[in-house]
Structure formats: structure tokens, C-alpha cells
Design a protein around this ligand. Structure first.
Ligand SMILES: *Cc1c(COP(=O)(O)O)cnc(C)c1O
Length: 452
């Protein structure tokens, strides 16, 4: 299988090349050259374990990774999860299921992709004898998941910049209490925007980036999307036959990465009825699916901070298919979005996508209501997905984070303080963080000293 860029200006590359490069050199995002029809295989895949299913599915795409290697990397990636089903599907009501995606090492769904990506990077370094220094800026979840993907891997180091005092205490502990020598959590004296600007400055210095084999943590790696398609497939296969043809996945959404992974699976022949895009008050995607206009706006802080996003970086992948797989049209539309901040679709497939947007007040009320009705606690991101469930459909709500990551919001809504052993254990470990000024020179000096 070869991978093409949404902007069509680069030659197709292999899976491992697409993973190593991340963003295509023409500024586009990688996608598989074609999507195999997996419908004839579904019956045979029904009883596979999560790791087995993942191997069968990824083998269709990672065709240049030897099968025994792929199998080993997948097993290693999901051995870090604490639930035997990896992604347990819980039925909580007659037409309502929750797919729990928070049993990985950082208790959020990003572990599904970043554990695998970390192992793929580690294998590539082993293969080519080179090393890699991963650099990223985070406001919380992504940084923690990326760190845990690379923890202790030979020939790799990871440097994560975050705004000192502005990530939650638990998120900070997830980044700073790992005890791993190749993890460097850098608390900068500034905001998340400052951290992102520093990152841009550092990558803009091409000599420095090349000298230290710097690579960016980003949400757009194609391996992340494909790794996420697997849990949609796993959940669908676990449904009773009677529910399968009427199911809608309800997905708490920020960058459109998670829900796109599900939609892509549908394009491979899995008969999923629909997807509901659940946003918080940052409603760019809700507006898109109700008005057919994509228009970015200012970001507002909310109780579901990992969805405080007003540009959806994976959206370009969807656009590619919506524009009949025509890269010239993708380039034109992306240019238009860049200059005007907006694009209006002539035709948007409303039969497949629906959407909702929840305010902070609604999030709190939903957490309380779900707890009262089902004795089940959802985190603030997952709560957004419970707004306006479609009574005509069987809904599978994707639970993207463990409630114990957001104890204050849960306590305010239910009076209870949820806990998780992984988080309790962190509290007894020393915090190792490096406080640095928000200056590129200081960060570069730090990286130079510790890069592998
Ligand atoms: C990252 C994140 C999201 C948003 O996922 P996207 O792929 O950006 O749509 C939702 N919930 C949680 C808990 C997250 O960490």
C-alpha cells in the first residue's frame, strides 16, 4: 500500500516513510492510495482479540513492515493497557453503549495511537541505526500520551514544552513523574501559545532541527488515524447482529482526528449508519454540520480542555474525499480557508454526520444526570456526547478520558471524587521538571545538552 498527499504534489510513499515524515512535504496530509473493501472479512474477524484484530487490520496498510514485527509492536503497544478487552464496550441502557477508551497508561484515548506510534518510531531507529528527538508543545493530554509512547525507548528522547502552572496537577504529574531518563518535561514561563511559538521558532531553524534529528509530535500522523479505526471496528464486531445496522458512533471531537478514523472505516465497507460529532462550546464542527460552513473562530476555555480547538487539523483529510479525491480542489479550498478563515460546502453528507455542542453548564448537568440514571461517571469530554442522543438509533458513545483525570468537574457535578490506581501511584513519585524562560535560545541549549 502506498500513501498519497491530500495536496497531490509529492510522489506516493510507503507506510513507514509516511509515518517517519508525518506531514507531507507539500503541506498536505497522508492518506492511503486506496481503501480496501474489508466487508468480506468481517465475519472471520468477529472473535479476534483486540491485538489480533489490530494486526489483521493494520497489515492491510503497513505492507512494508514485516508481519512478525507488526505483531510484536502491536502486542507491546496494548500490553500497557489495564483492561483485558483493551477497549471494553459497556451496555448501559437499551439502545446505549459506552466504548471505554481510557484504560491506557495516561487514561485517555490518545494512548491507542501514541503507544503504537512510539513503538513504530523505536523500531525505525533500530532499523536505520539513527536516533530521534521528539519535540512537542502541549496543554495537557497529548504531551502525556506522547511521553508514555516513548518512555525508556532506546535511541529516542522526548522534549515536551508546557506552560508552567497552567496544566492540571494530574496532567503535570503524568509528564513529570515518569522517572525515565529520555523524558524531558520543560515548564516554560509563559502561555500555551508561547510554547507553540517557541516550537515553531525551533523547527524553523532547519540546521538545528537536522543536526538533532528533531521530529514533531503532531496529531496528523497517518498511523494515529489507522490505529484509531481499529476500536470502531472492534466495537462494531461486538454488537449483537440486531444492533449493527442501526448504530451511530457519538464522538467527543476537537481536531476531527478521532471521528475521521471511524468515518474512514465506514468507507472500507463496514455498514455503520452514522457519526455524531460532539463538541463543547468551541463549536466550529457543530456549525459546519448544521450550516455547511467551515469557519474558524476564537477559542474559549471550557470544562473539556482537550476539545478547546477552533481549527480541525484532520479536517483536510475529510475534505479530500468530500472534493472527489481531487488534490487541486483541496489546495484551492485550503488556500481559501487560510485567507478568509472560511469555506462553504455546496453539498455536505448530512445523512452520515450529525452534531451537537454543549456548554459548561450542560456538561455539568449531563455528568450529574448520567450518574443518577446509570450509576456511571463520565468525564467532561465524554459528557458532551450525551447531549441530544438520537432515539431512533443505537448509540455508542466514545468515552475519551477517565473521569479521575478531572476530579474537580466530577465533584462539582456528583459530589464524588473519582480515582484511578495509575493516578494515585503517581502522587507518591517525585516531580522532575525543568523550568525555563520562554526563549528559543534557552530551549535550544537545553536540547543540545540532552539530545540523543
Ligand atoms: C484529544 C482529546 C479529544 C479530541 O480528539 P480529536 O481527535 O482532536 O477530535 C477528546 N477528548 C479527550 C479526552 C482528548 O484527550
Amino acid at each position: 500500500m502506498r500513501f498519497i498527499s491530500t495536496r497531490g504534489q509529492v510522489d506516493p510513499v510507503s507506510f513507514t516513510e509516511a509515518v517517519a515524515i508525518g506531514l507531507a512535504p507539500d503541506g498536505g496530509l497522508f492518506l492511503p492510495e486506496s481503501l480496501p473493501d474489508i466487508s468480506p472479512r468481517l465475519a472471520a474477524w468477529k472473535n479476534l482479540s483486540y491485538a489480533e484484530l489490530c494486526r489483521e487490520f493494520l497489515a492491510l496498510y503497513a505492507t512494508d513492515v514485516p508481519t512478525d514485527v507488526l505483531e510484536r509492536l502491536i502486542h507491546r503497544s496494548y500490553a500497557t493497557f489495564t483492561h483485558p478487552d483493551i477497549a471494553p464496550l459497556r451496555k448501559i441502557d437499551d439502545r446505549l453503549y459506552v466504548l471505554e477508551l481510557f484504560h491506557g497508561p495516561t487514561l485517555a484515548f490518545k494512548d491507542f495511537a501514541l503507544q503504537l506510534l512510539g513503538n513504530l518510531y523505536g523500531w525505525q531507529c533500530e532499523q536505520n541505526g539513527r536516533s530521534i528527538n521528539v519535540l512537542g508543545a502541549t496543554s495537557g493530554d497529548t504531551g502525556a500520551a506522547a511521553i508514555h509512547g516513548l518512555l525508556g525507548k532506546p535511541r529516542t528522547a522526548i522534549f515536551i514544552l508546557y506552560p508552567d502552572g497552567r496544566v492540571s496537577p494530574l496532567q503535570e504529574r503524568q509528564m513529570t513523574c515518569t522517572g525515565a531518563a529520555n523524558v524531558h518535561a520543560i515548564a516554560i514561563d509563559g502561555s500555551f501559545d508561547d510554547a507553540q511559538h517557541l516550537l515553531k521558532d525551533i523547527f524553523a531553524n532547519k540546521t538545528f532541527a537536522a543536526q538533532h534529528q528533531l521530529s514533531a509530535v503532531n496529531s496528523i500522523n497517518i498511523a494515529r488515524v489507522l490505529a484509531q479505526s481499529v476500536y470502531y471496528l472492534y466495537a462494531w464486531l461486538r454488537l449483537p447482529e440486531s444492533d449493527r445496522l442501526n448504530v451511530e458512533f457519538v464522538v467527543p471531537t476537537g481536531n476531527f482526528g478521532n471521528v475521521f478514523a471511524g468515518w474512514l472505516l465506514q468507507q472500507m465497507g463496514v455498514p455503520i449508519m452514522g457519526f455524531k460529532v460532539a463538541t463543547n462550546r468551541n463549536d466550529i464542527l457543530h456549525r459546519l454540520f448544521t450550516t455547511a460552513e467551515y469557519r474558524s473562530g476564537p477559542v474559549h476555555p471550557s470544562l473539556a480542555p482537550s476539545m478547546d480547538i477552533q481549527v480541525a487539523s484532520n479536517f483536510e483529510r475529510f475534505l479530500y474525499y468530500a472534493l472527489d479525491e481531487n488534490p487541486t480542489r483541496v489546495c484551492a479550498v485550503m488556500a481559501q480557508i487560510k485567507t478568509t478563515g472560511a469555506y462553504r460546502f455546496d453539498l455536505l453528507n448530512k445523512a452520515v454526520f450529525s452534531s451537537s455542542s454543549a456548554t459548561d453548564e450542560e456538561i455539568t448537568n449531563i455528568i450529574r444526570r448520567v450518574h443518577e440514571r446509570y450509576r456511571y461517571i463520565v468525564d467532561p469530554h465524554t459528557a458532551c456526547a450525551f447531549k441530544d442522543l438520537n432515539p431512533q438509533r443505537v448509540s455508542i458513545v466514545l468515552a475519551t478520558a477517565h473521569p479521575a483525570k478531572f476530579p474537580d468537574a466530577i465533584q462539582a457535578a456528583t459530589g464524588q471524587v473519582p480515582t484511578a490506581p495509575a493516578l494515585e501511584e503517581l502522587k507518591s513519585r517525585p516531580i522532575i521538571k525543568h523550568r525555563l524562560p520562554a526563549e528559543a535560545a534557552a530551549i535550544k541549549e537545553f536540547i543540545t545538552k540532552r539530545a540523543v
